[in-house]
Design a binder for this molecule. Structure first.
Ligand SMILES: NC(=O)c1ccc[n+]([C@@H]2O[C@H](COP(=O)([O-])OP(=O)(O)OC[C@H]3O[C@@H](n4cnc5c(N)ncnc54)[C@H](OP(=O)(O)O)[C@@H]3O)[C@@H](O)[C@H]2O)c1
Length: 249
């Protein structure tokens, strides 16, 4: 499966300012039809392919009517340049609006043990509408691997420095939680990273999880996360421990 995204652009293409990214580059929201079509052509050229399997809108663009965005994506689909249409970080309302103008095949939300916010509305909506779920940051950006210990420092430009679960008190609580679930991982001969990813793909409605990796060894470890099956009682135990852990301070 070849999957890529559109909708976040940088100079010379503009849009509505979203944030200043790595290296001081301004990143824009832009899901206008002309921009989507140009981005798709560029992706096809860079990826050296005639068709992209899953083409996803990275973030909603509040400045562009969803009808316009969907019409561009449907046109790309009719032209055979993309096979499936995906969205990412969309609310239920934004997905409902999109469905008025075409089909959405996948949604890509953040989902991991420490951020279960999609469980309330997004996952049930995707299940009801047969929309595949590609969970991002399944390792909580690294903290769920147990390797982010109290002494780990994050340099300039690493957004984890300001993320709630990475602050000392919260990190300590997260590490204590990991200590409690470690026996479950060990019972399957798995690492904590593999347990975290396996937990995500074990949830009803989740199609796949995309793990990030900084080094080849992490890829080798993470691809084996699907090689065991958590029991219902293990899933229930993890859920109880997560409820006890609660939210970050
Ligand atoms: N749609 C969106 O808006 C969106 C947003 C964010 C991410 N994503 C996508 O989601 C995917 C993954 O997200 P993510 O990278 O943010 O989070 P993640 O998968 O939860 O965490 C990845 C990080 O965890 C650490 N790690 C990975 N495997 C490890 C292992 N086996 N042992 C120890 N540490 C390990 C690495 O960081 P260190 O080595 O530095 O600790 C790595 O960069 C990426 O493809 C990304 O593009 C999408």
């Amino acid at each position: 499966m070849l999957a890529t995204k559109c909708g976040l652009t940088w100079p010379p293409r503009g849009g509505r300012k979203k944030f200043v990214g790595p290296g001081g580059v301004t990143i824009y929201d832009n899901l206008e039809p002309e921009s989507i079509i140009a981005e798709c052509e560029e992706s096809l050229r860079r990826l050296q392919t005639d068709v992209i399997d899953v083409y996803q809108c990275h973030w909603p663009d509040p400045g562009t009517p969803i009808e316009d965005t969907m019409s561009a994506l449907m046109r790309l689909k009719e032209q055979g340049k993309i096979r499936e249409i995906g969205v990412s970080n969309y609310s239920v309302e934004q997905m409902e609006e999109s469905l008025k103008y075409g089909r959405i095949d996948s949604d890509q939300p953040q989902y991991n043990m420490l951020d279960r916010s999609v469980e309330a509305e997004v996952l049930p909506f995707c299940r009801r509408n047969n929309i595949g779920v590609i969970a991002y940051s399944p390792l909580g950006r690294g903290i769920l691997t147990g390797k982010v210990t109290m002494d780990r420092k994050f340099g300039n430009g690493d957004h984890r420095a300001s993320m709630e679960w990475y602050q000392p008190n919260n990190r300590r609580r997260a590490l204590e939680f990991l200590g409690r679930i470690r026996p479950i991982a060990e019972g399957h001969g798995a690492t904590l990273a593999q347990l975290a990813a396996n937990w995500v793909i074990s949830q009803d409605g989740v199609t796949t999880a995309i793990c990030g990796a900084r080094r080849p060894e992490q890829v080798a470890e993470n691809v084996r996360a699907g090689e065991f099956k958590l029991t219902q009682s293990e899933l229930a135990e993890i859920r109880t421990l997560l409820d006890e852990l609660g939210q970050p301070e």
